[in-house]
Design a protein around this ligand. Structure first.
Ligand code: CIR
Length: 249
C-alpha cells in the first residue's frame, strides 16, 4: 500500500486522516482472508507516486480468456496501468482501453457471461464500447448499468452467486438486474453492497453487521475483515484485489 494513500482521490467522502500502519495491517488481514479461501496472493510493489494503487481492481478486468487493462477515469490513476500490464502480460492476452475511452474496474460486474458496466464519472460510453468489442467474441454480453450516488457500480451491487446479487437499490436501477434475486443491504448500511466472491466463499467488511446477519441467515459463508482505514480512501473489499481462476464478480 502506497504511503501516499492519504492523498487519494475522493469523490463522495470528505478527507479524514488515515493511519497508514493500521491500513497496512488491515490489508494484511484481507490478504490472509483471501488465502484462507484458497487464493495464492501476489502483491505489486507500493509506489509513493500512486496514492490509490492499492485499489488494483480498477486497473484491470481479468476474464478466463483475456485481461482488459483499463484507462482509469481519474488522471492521477493512469500511471498505475504500466505495472499492472507488465504483471498480467505473461498470464493473459492483453487488451487495452484507449482514449477517449475510460473504464474503472470497480464499474465492471461480471456474473457468468454477463458483464454489467456502470456509467459513472470514471467510466464512459466509449470505454464500455471498447470493453464490449474486447469480450464479445468470447460470448460475453456487455450491459451498461445506471449508477447514482456512489463512486462505482460495485459500490452499489456485487454478486453473491450466479443468481443472487447483494445490492443497495438506491444507487442502481433495479429493473436492469431483473433476472437476478436482489438481496438488500440493511438501510442503515448503504455502503454494504460490496462483497468479494471466491468460489463459494466471501470476504466482507465487518462494519456492516446487520447486512452480515442477513447474509448468514441466507446461508452464505462470509469471512469478515476490518477495512475501516481503507474505507476512508473510498475503497471497499473488492477494490483491493484481482481474483483469478475462481468464480468472482
Ligand atoms: C479512487 O477514488 O479512485 C480511490 N480513492 C478509491 C477507488 C475504489 N475502487 C473501487 O471501488 N473499485
Amino acid at each position: 500500500m502506497s504511503p501516499s494513500i492519504v492523498n487519494c482521490e475522493l469523490t463522495h467522502l470528505s478527507r479524514e486522516p488515515i493511519d497508514i500502519d493500521k491500513a497496512r495491517a488491515q490489508h494484511a488481514d484481507y490478504e490472509q482472508a483471501l488465502e484462507r479461501l484458497g487464493c495464492m496472493v501476489t502483491r505489486l510493489p507500493a509506489d509513493a507516486s500512486m496514492p490509490d494503487s492499492v485499489f488494483i481492481e480498477d486497473i484491470a478486468i481479468v476474464f478466463d480468456e483475456i485481461a482488459v487493462i483499463t484507462r482509469p477515469g481519474a488522471l492521477s490513476r493512469r500511471p498505475e496501468v504500466a505495472a499492472v500490464t507488465k504483471k498480467l502480460s505473461p498470464l493473459r492476452p492483453i487488451v487495452q482501453i484507449v482514449a477517449p475511452g475510460t473504464v474503472d474496474g470497480g464499474d465492471v460486474l461480471v456474473v457468468g457471461r454477463s458483464v454489467f458496466v456502470g456509467r459513472t464519472l470514471r467510466t464512459n460510453d466509449a470505454g464500455i464500447g471498447q470493453l464490449r468489442a474486447a469480450v464479445a467474441s468470447y460470448g460475453y454480453t456487455v450491459v451498461p448499468a445506471t449508477v447514482r450516488g456512489c463512486l462505482h457500480l460495485k459500490s452499489a451491487i456485487t454478486a453473491l452467486d450466479d443468481q443472487t446479487l447483494l445490492a443497495n437499490r438506491q444507487w442502481i436501477a433495479e429493473q436492469e438486474f431483473d433476472r437476478f434475486e436482489l438481496l438488500d443491504v440493511d438501510t442503515s448500511e448503504p455502503m454494504g453492497a460490496n462483497i468479494v466472491r471466491v468460489g463459494d466463499g466471501h470476504v466482507y467488511a465487518s462494519t456492516f453487521p446487520r447486512t452480515l446477519e442477513r447474509l448468514e441467515r441466507r446461508g452464505y459463508a462470509v469471512t469478515t475483515v476490518d477495512v475501516s482505514e481503507i474505507a476512508k480512501a473510498e475503497g471497499a473489499v473488492t477494490c483491493c484485489s484481482l481474483i483469478f481462476g475462481a468464480r468472482s464478480g
